[in-house]
Design a protein around this ligand. Structure first.
Ligand SMILES: Nc1ncnc2c1ncn2[C@@H]1O[C@H](COP(=O)(O)OP(=O)(O)OP(=O)(O)O)[C@@H](O)[C@H]1O
Ligand SMILES: [Mg+2]
Length: 246
């Protein structure tokens, strides 16, 4: 099976000299095309750092990341911006929407910024999948948190990327909205053949993925098939980290 994501000997640190914190040390990771996987681990274990490097928002001190066949770590800024626009989608805990733009305008913002033409049929289909029919002209301030996250997911998936990186996408949501977002991600994974790497502290959220990797001090210490069973995941978490606190 072809790999959608490969990380080789990735090292990342913050700060310099005595203040240097090494977050990832020879970190290795890969995912098959179309996979839906989750990363879990205690706060500070390096989950967001990896997602930022893999989505080319942060440069590692050494090592390589490939998205499909393309090595994104060696790309210049303009090549990587172009590559990201059509191959990588990102979703964060905070929705990062533009308050002055409506739902449709937020979803197509990356295309507009790249001076591309909007595909009306694609936008309409996506609004339908996102469950945002009738809300097309609403601004973020007029939407619920769950709806805002749907818009952010729409913006991430509009260009049919190979992979979406989602860093705690349900972190700001109540249980019901959180489940809605998880179901939406599962549907996009299947219907749009888009791989998803999800970071979460919530075993219920992780159970929507097929596989979960446990990260400790910048190293993957265990990986399991989820069997879509949240209690299996929390049991493994407890065994791996000797605690249930996420
Ligand atoms: N900009 C930064 N400057 C300095 N240190 C940082 C910076 N960003 C992260 N760190 C440190 O790097 C380590 C890993 O952080 P990271 O954000 O990757 O963790 P995480 O696993 O995503 O944690 P959480 O579950 O709390 O989001 C932590 O010790 C953190 O304090
Ligand atoms: Mg984080």
């Amino acid at each position: 099976m072809k790999k959608v994501l490969k990380a080789e000997k990735l090292c990342a640190s913050y700060g310099k000299g005595n203040a240097q914190v090494d977050v990832l040390k020879d970190f290795e990771f890969n995912m098959d095309n179309g996979a839906f996987e989750a990363l879990m681990g205690p706060s500070g274990s390096g989950k967001s750092t990896f997602l930022h490097i893999a989505s080319r928002l942060l440069t590692p001190s050494s090592g390589k990341v490939f998205v499909g066949d393309a090595e994104i770590t060696s790309m210049g800024d303009s090549d990587s911006a172009k590559f990201r626009r059509s191959n990588i989608g990102v979703v964060f805990q905070s929705f990062n929407l533009v308050e002055s733009l409506n739902v449709e305008e937020n979803i197509v913002l990356p295309v507009r910024l790249a001076h591309g033409a909007v595909d009306k049929a694609r936008l309409e289909k996506l609004i339908n999948i996102l469950g945002l029919e009738g809300k097309e002209k609403k601004k973020p301030g007029e939407l619920s948190g769950g709806e805002c996250q749907r818009v952010a997911i729409g913006r991430a998936v509009y260009a049919s990327p190979k992979i979406i990186f989602a860093d705690e996408p349900t972190g700001n949501l109540d249980t019901i909205s959180s489940q809605g977002i998880c179901k939406l991600l599962s549907r996009l994974n299947k219907d749009e053949s888009c791989a998803i790497l999800l970071v979460t502290h919530d075993p219920v959220v992780a159970s929507y993925a097929n596989k979960v990797h446990f990260l400790k001090n910048g190293v993957i210490v265990d990986s399991i098939e989820t069997d879509h069973d949240a209690s299996k995941i929390s049991g493994h978490y407890l065994k791996t980290f000797n605690r249930s606190g996420f």
